[in-house]
Design a protein around this ligand. Structure first.
Ligand SMILES: [Zn+2]
Length: 113
């Protein structure tokens, strides 16, 4: 990255995390408890097992963190003088959210190492 922790890296992290959250929400219904009768079908959440709901709840919580970061970065993009602590907090929060997807093919390209 040419500007570590700068606006370009924050934008890349935001896009990367948002895409992973979108994927996670779309794929949540594919995961079931090992004992779920719907597991081989990997269909919608009509089975009632807890796995898809847990994945969606995790995505909802992470999306809340992402939105908090967007507010901080949005302040930067408006030309205001950002609070260095807010920027650092947003950057580190996004790195933590992104890090668990470090094996994703786009990680190195956008956010690595
Ligand atoms: Zn199930």
């Amino acid at each position: 990255m040419a500007d570590p922790g700068g606006v370009a890296e924050l934008a890349a992290l935001i896009a990367f995390v948002a895409e992973r959250l979108d994927e996670g929400e779309q794929e949540a219904a594919l995961f079931h408890e090992p004992t779920c009768a719907s597991a081989p079908v990997a269909g919608p959440m009509e089975c009632g097992c807890r796995c898809p709901a847990r994945l969606l709840e995790q995505a909802r919580l992470e999306r809340g963190v992402l939105h908090g970061c967007l507010r901080r970065v949005g302040y930067m993009e408006s030309g205001g003088t950002p609070d260095a602590g807010d920027v650092a907090f947003a950057y580190m929060s996004l790195r933590v959210l992104a890090l668990r997807h470090r094996r994703h093919p786009l990680w190195q390209q956008r956010c690595g190492p």
